[in-house]
Design a protein around this ligand. Sequence first.
Ligand code: UD1
Ligand code: CA
Length: 463
Amino acid sequence: MAVKAVIMAAGQGTRMKSDLPKVLHLVAGRPMIQWVVDAARGVGVDQIMVVVGFGAEAVASALPDDVDTCLQSEQLGTGHAVQIAIEALGDVSSHTVLVLSGDTPLLQSAALKALVEPNGPDRPAAALLTAEVPDPDGYGRVLRDEQGQVVGVVEHKDATAGQLAINEINAGIYAFDGARLVEGLRSLTNDNSQNEYYLTDVIGYLANQGLAMSGVKTDIGEVAGVNSQAHLADAGAVMRRRIAVDWMENGVWIQDLDQVFISADTVIEPGAQLYAGVQLQGACHVGAGAQVGPDVFAVDSRIGPRSVVTYSVIRDSAVGADVRVGPYASLRSGVVLEAGSKVGTFVEMKNTNLGEGATVAHLSYMGDANIGPDTNIGAGAITCNYDGVDKHRTEIGARVLIGSDTMLVAPVTVGDDAMTGAGSTISRNVSARALAVGRAAQREIAGYADRIDKRRKAKEERS
Ligand code: UD1
Ligand code: CA
């Protein structure tokens, strides 16, 4: 039977103590709800309907275009949320309806497949995921009869002392026969301790009709809801490990699984090596044989094959093949390091293109610059790119030697094969193959130490 999915995501998530709607908190760099959408997609659903309420616009705009939303303006309970979704979906009588929550980011498609299969005449009217847990506090409890058949779910707040002792919990993830779901929703009342329309009451209603229910036990680790910042961190840790293990299975070497963070949208080629303390955020790409870390923070950047990057920060930049970066370099944004180039210790770069084989080895700032191939920027050289009002570019040709501590006052151009003297302030263009020196001429005062000695002696005699 074809499957449609409903994802409930209208609640605020007050325990997060955050203005951000709960389902938009990030797990491994993606909003929680996106993980749930992906899990639903993995089952091959033909429509996904997300119920939005708190922060409706923000949630809706975080969703992919092919996901539909419907508005539950007042949160009257999970049963009410699904009612609204069904109105938006239209006729579901020939569908299985998968009902999920937006706050279970660790859910995987395999568990959902177990719910929507088996198909055919034996298909239960409803199947739900359950888990046995040592501490069922707060969850709905699964009620079974003597034969072990599921006959209902009772909410924690409505449970008797005997029911509270049950440690099989309702994970809040279901696959309903569409027609039966509609029938069950019609039967709901809010006559309970929370005055809410409980989706869970549909299970009891259908069981009462003598229909078969199926409770599929799963691991709580996969279905646990995120309700607090601590839960979010726990889910993040599980996801981080999952992603790292996936890349390891693909031939990536990782020094310490618990000390790398790889966003869901990062791609790593086999043979790359990640040392401890690496964070790859946004959409990064790491080439084969690259060595990254220890302690590298990269966002939306590329690190080319065989490049070595240590103790550095890289944002919105592209490091080519066979490049060395760091230790302690900061590529702020818009930096392109071409093949075989080198950026060394305490170097900051922004909007700069460093040509093939060129080096900026020590203590420099290169901003808004073009640096040609095989050029060497000496220690401490700086592009003075800002005049207090506007930014200007520095153009440096091929095979140039920029002397240590050169100040390049932009806009300025240095021709191919030119040189600048150490300590120069270069504010006019330098011709190709020329040496430019822009510093005070050195002068010498002979015997200056004698004058100092005299002054010291005079001072001693006064005291
Ligand atoms: C629900 C189940 C409980 C189960 C638990 C698993 C009910 C009545 N109870 O309880 O048996 O053990 O999940 O985590 O269903 N939501 C809406 N609109 C609403 C109410 C909720 O969209 O009017 C959304 C929430 O944003 C959330 C999800 O539905 O994503 C679950 O709601 P929540 O209030 O967390 O239900 P629980 O009390 O945890
Ligand atoms: Ca919950």
